[in-house]
Design a protein around this ligand. Structure first.
Ligand code: ADP
Ligand code: MG
Length: 440
């Protein structure tokens, strides 16, 4: 029918616009490399902030002792205690407690919030096993994962709150989840050179040579290294395959013009892009019947885990797709033909995101000169990946991995390893407290 062909035209146009042929991905990787240089050259030199993290000592794996970490996410936080056994012994033991933050503290003063956190931490410290207390005069040390960009002096505020209740603990490192993941990965494998988070949002961090950071005017650290928090979600390039749906999503978002890369590849947005394409098909091609299903008009109603479930549907009649459309969007009686279109859209959106993420990783490897195999060199480069999207969206993960291989070519691909870093972020902060200890 005429309407069906209109729907097919919308699908086809979307497919063309969001396509990521290999040449385009190479341009994205080159642009990432260029922007990394620009962001390192000067403050505000690029959409990529390339933040200097002050983490200049990554764990070697030989650290020993008892270290604490505090992982502050959205609505709850975790306190951890990690017992490190030194060379070859690794993590001997770890304990953690999860605490939910009362809602009124999330919107109240930061002093009240930090007082609450400090008292929860003190409670946790009180359960420290006998025989593990620090010797007299020695402070406990803490790594703090704080995954929001902040202007406030969070270390100072936390320290003040701890002092108030007599908790003698030093904040040895303040990092975000990406740097925590990098540290956690490095503790177990010294070939880890970068970390990428693909969860609700996305970010990357990597190890740069301090002398390759023109905007750094401080002393060159003893290690010669400095971890850079790229804030790569804000990367943009004319080579990103933007469609009308991405432009509208951005315009109607809370941060228009910002986080362009993130809006193409992260879990927060993939399902929402799908909703927008389906809405257009409903409006302009009566794809779901004469009326537009009201639920389809609700922003962010289609979540990425639901999209993932539809994308992985292996039932012959695409039952999962049918049920999701019914349960979430209240669209019943979908034909197999329609369900197949939905799966195809999932595939287009996830494939674009995964391939762009792979191109971003290639950009980092290029910046470090690790994108080509060097004759006679056995150098390995490991990238630690974490986040719910990478962990649970199998097709996304597989596409990312195969695209990176495709971009690198067979020989270079053998030198690059993608490793799933399981919950590096919490433990990573404790490991950073160890590698930044004042008693080293
Ligand atoms: P965060 O990024 O919020 O710190 P996570 O790393 O756990 O937390 O990632 C959670 C995100 O991962 C979710 O917002 C969602 O977008 C994505 N996600 C979780 N489960 C799935 C799934 N089964 N399929 C696809 N994406 C998922
Ligand atoms: Mg996270």
């Amino acid at each position: 029918s005429r309407k069906w062909s209109r729907a097919m035209a919308i699908l086809k146009e979307f497919e063309e616009k969001c396509g990521t042929p290999i040449g385009k991905l190479r341009q994205v990787a080159d642009a990432m490399n260029v922007e990394m240089h620009a962001g390192l050259a000067s403050e505000g030199g690029s959409k990529l902030n390339m933040l200097i993290s002050f983490v200049d000592n990554l764990p070697t794996g030989d650290e020993e002792g008892l270290y604490y970490a505090l992982d502050l996410g959205g609505t709850n936080f975790r306190v951890l205690r990690v017992h490190l056994g030194g060379k070859d012994k690794g993590v001997i033991g770890q304990e953690f407690a999860e605490v939910s933050i009362p809602p009124h503290l999330m919107t109240g003063s930061s002093e009240a919030l930090f007082d609450f956190i400090a008292s929860a931490l003190a409670k946790f410290v009180a359960s420290e096993p006998e025989g593990f207390h620090p010797p007299h005069g020695r402070q406990r040390e803490l790594g703090f994962t704080f995954s929001f960009p902040v202007g406030a002096d969070v270390v100072g505020e936390l320290t003040k709150s701890m002092e108030k209740i007599g908790l003698d603990m030093r904040v040895a490192a303040l990092v975000n989840d990406t740097i925590g993941t990098l540290a956690g990965g490095r503790f177990y494998n010294q070939d880890v050179i970068a970390a990428v988070i693909l969860g609700t949002g996305t970010n990357a961090a990597y190890v740069e040579r301090a002398h390759a950071i023109p905007k750094w005017h401080g002393l060159i650290p003893k290690s010669g290294d400095m971890v850079i928090n790229m804030e790569w979600g804000n990367f943009r390039s004319s080579h990103l395959s933007l469609t009308e749906y991405d432009l509208a999503l951005d315009a109607e978002s809370l941060n228009p013009g910002e986080q362009a890369f993130e809006k193409l590849i992260s879990g927060m947005y993939l399902g929402e892009i799908l909703r927008r394409v389906l809405l257009k098909m409903a409006k302009e091609a009566d794809f779901f019947g004469d009326t537009v299903p009201p639920k389809l008009k609700v922003p962010f109603i289609l979540r990425t885990p639901d999209m993932s479930a539809m994308h992985h549907d292996t039932t012959p009649d695409l039952k999962v797709v049918g049920n999701k459309l019914k349960d979430i969007l209240e669209i019943s009686n979908t034909s197999l033909k329609m369900r197949k279109i939905v799966v195809e859209l999932c595939d287009n959106i996830a494939t674009r995101g995964a391939r762009l993420a792979a191109a971003g990783i290639l950009g980092i490897l290029k910046k470090l000169g690790r994108d080509t195999a060097k004759v006679g060199e056995k150098q390995k480069s490991v990238i630690a990946l974490d986040g719910g999207l990478f962990e649970h969206y199998t097709k996304f993960r597989e596409c990312l991995e195969s695209t990176l291989k495709e971009l690198l070519g067979e020989e270079a691909a053998e030198t690059i390893v993608i490793e799933h870093a399981n919950d590096g972020s919490g433990i990573g902060a404790a490991l950073l407290a160890a590698s930044h200890s004042q008693y080293l």
